[in-house]
Design a protein around this ligand. Structure first.
Ligand SMILES: C[S@@+](CC[C@H](N)C(=O)[O-])C[C@H]1O[C@@H](n2cnc3c(N)ncnc32)[C@H](O)[C@@H]1O
Length: 418
C-alpha cells in the first residue's frame, strides 16, 4: 500500500469519525466522504481500506497501542497488517513513534490470548465457546478477518454464466465460476462493477454465493406463488424471479420503505415482470391475511445479528450486544410464525439468517417445529443434491467463511404437511 500524506491525514480523520460506531460503519464512511468532496477515487479507496482494516484487527491494534488514538491505531495497522516499513513513514512520524513502531513490529499475534487472535469480544467468545472448540473459534475468527471477495450472480433471464465470464475476461476483469452456485461468479480484486455494461444492462447482480444457495434451497418453479417475507433491497427476491423465468408471482415484503425503494432500480434492470414489492407495517399486517394458505414457497430471511458477515461488516461485533441479540430472537420467532401462515399444504418455507449463533438459528427452528407439528423439516443436503449442488452440511445449511469461503449463513427448509 502506497499512501500520500493527504491520505494518511484523511484516514486519521475518518477513524476519529467512525470508531465511536454510533451508526453502521458504511453509512458513517459515506457521510465522511460527503463531507470531504475533494477526496478523489484513489483517496476514498485507500481510506476505506484502512478504516475497514482497523475495524477487522481492532482488538490487537488496541492492545499494541498504549493509548488507542486514531493516529496510533493507523500507524500500528500500517506496520503490522500492511507491511509498511518505518522508512516509508519517516517523514510522517516522530522519533518516539518510530521507536514504538519498531518495538511493536516484533510483537507476535500468535502469542496473544485467543479472543485477541480471533478478534471476538468477550460476550461473543462466551457464546461461541458453547458450541465450538478453541481451534474452531480461531479458524473462524481468522477467516472473518479477511476481506470478502466480490461475488456476482448471473441473471439467467438475460445471460448465461459462460458468456458473462468470457465478456468479463475480455474486459480484463479476472473472474471465475463459484464452486457451489451454478450461476455465481467470483471476481479477483474489487473492480467498479456497478459501472460495467453487464451490470447496467441487468445481466449481473452483486450477490454473495451463500445467498445464491438459498435460492436453490427454496427452488421456486415457474408459475408458482412465492413470498420473500423480509425482502430488503431484494437481493434474493430478484434471484427467485429469475429461477421462475419471470412466470408466476413473487411478493417482496418488508417493513422498510427505504430498502424496498433500493430494490426498484435493480428490478428495472433485471427485466423481471413477476416481482411485486410491498411495504408491510409488521409481520402481523392485516393485508397478509388474504394470502394465508395460498403460497407455494416462502423465504424468511429474518433480521439477525449479522455475525456471519463480519468480513464485510466488521463493526457488527461492537454494535451487537447480548441484549440486542435477545430482541432479535424474539423478532425472528414472531416473523417465522407469521410467515408460516402464508404457506399452502405441501408448500416449502426456508428460514435463513447470516448469523453463526444456534440461538438465532437451530433454536428458533426447533421451537417453531414443536409449536407447529403440521410442519416437517426437510434435509438441506438432499434438496441441494436435487438441484445438482454437491454441498452437504447436513439437514441444515450451514456455510462458513472458514470452510466454504462464503459469508456465514444458516438455513432450514420446512414443509407444511397439511
Ligand atoms: C436480513 S435482511 C433481508 C435481506 C434481503 N433478503 C436481501 O437479500 O437483500 C432483513 C430484512 O427484514 C426486514 N424486517 C424487519 N422486521 C420485519 C418484519 N417484521 N416483517 C418483514 N420484514 C422485516 C428488515 O427491514 C430487513 O430488510
Amino acid at each position: 500500500m502506497r499512501l500520500t500524506f493527504t491520505q494518511l491525514d484523511m484516514a486519521i480523520a475518518a477513524i476519529r469519525t467512525i470508531l465511536p460506531l454510533e451508526s453502521p460503519a458504511d453509512s458513517l464512511l459515506r457521510v465522511f466522504f460527503r463531507n470531504h468532496p475533494m477526496a478523489g477515487q484513489n483517496d476514498r479507496a485507500a481510506v476505506a481500506e484502512i478504516v475497514y482494516g482497523i475495524l477487522r484487527h481492532r482488538f490487537f491494534l488496541e492492545y499494541l497501542a498504549e493509548k488507542a488514538t486514531p493516529r496510533a491505531l493507523l500507524l500500528a495497522y500500517l506496520v503490522k497488517f500492511e507491511g509498511l516499513n518505518l522508512r516509508e513513514l519517516t517523514t510522517f512520524i516522530s522519533e518516539s513513534e518510530a521507536k514504538w513502531l519498531a518495538h511493536i513490529k516484533a510483537i507476535n499475534l500468535g502469542s496473544q490470548p485467543l479472543a485477541i487472535q480471533a478478534e471476538f469480544p468477550d460476550w461473543l467468545m462466551e457464546k461461541l465457546q458453547k458450541f465450538l472448540s478453541d481451534t474452531e473459534i480461531l479458524r473462524l475468527g481468522q477467516a472473518l478477518q479477511q476481506p470478502a471477495p466480490l461475488d456476482l450472480r448471473v441473471n439467467t433471464l438475460l445471460a448465461k454464466r459462460h458468456e458473462v465470464l468470457t465478456l468479463l475476461n475480455q474486459e480484463g476483469i479476472k473472474a471465475h465460476a463459484t464452486p457451489y452456485s451454478p450461476i455465481g461468479i467470483r471476481l479477483s480484486g474489487k473492480p467498479a462493477i456497478n459501472q460495467d455494461p453487464l451490470f447496467l444492462s441487468g445481466k449481473i447482480e452483486v450477490q454473495d454465493e451463500s445467498s445464491q444457495i438459498l435460492g436453490y434451497l427454496l427452488a421456486p418453479r415457474r408459475g408458482e406463488m412465492v413470498v420473500d417475507f423480509c425482502a430488503g433491497a431484494g437481493g434474493k427476491a430478484l434471484m427467485l424471479g429469475a429461477l421462475m423465468h419471470s412466470q408466476g408471482r413473487i411478493y417482496a415484503f418488508d417493513i422498510s420503505e427505504k430498502r424496498l425503494n433500493n430494490l426498484k432500480p435493480r428490478l428495472k434492470r433485471s427485466g423481471l415482470s413477476n416481482l411485486h414489492p410491498q411495504r408491510i407495517n409488521n409481520e402481523n399486517d392485516i393485508r397478509l391475511k388474504r394470502l394465508y394458505g395460498k403460497i407455494d414457497r416462502v423465504l424468511v430471511d429474518v433480521p439477525c445479528s449479522g455475525l456471519g458477515t463480519l468480513r464485510r461488516n466488521p463493526d457488527l461485533k461492537w454494535r451487537q450486544t447480548p441484549q440486542s441479540i435477545g430482541e432479535l430472537k424474539r423478532k425472528q420467532a414472531a416473523i417465522l410464525s407469521s410467515a408460516a401462515n402464508l404457506l399452502k399444504p405441501g408448500g416449502r418455507l426456508v428460514y435463513a439468517t447470516c448469523s453463526l449463533l444456534p440461538e438465532e438459528n437451530q433454536d428458533i427452528v426447533k421451537h417453531f417445529l414443536s409449536d407447529n407439528p403440521h410442519f416437517a423439516q426437510l434435509n438441506c443436503a438432499s434438496l441441494l443434491a436435487q438441484q445438482k449442488i454437491p454441498l452437504d452440511t447436513g439437514e441444515y445449511l450451514q456455510l462458513s467463511p472458514a470452510l466454504h469461503q462464503t459469508d456465514g449463513f444458516f438455513a432450514a427448509a420446512l414443509e407444511r404437511e397439511n
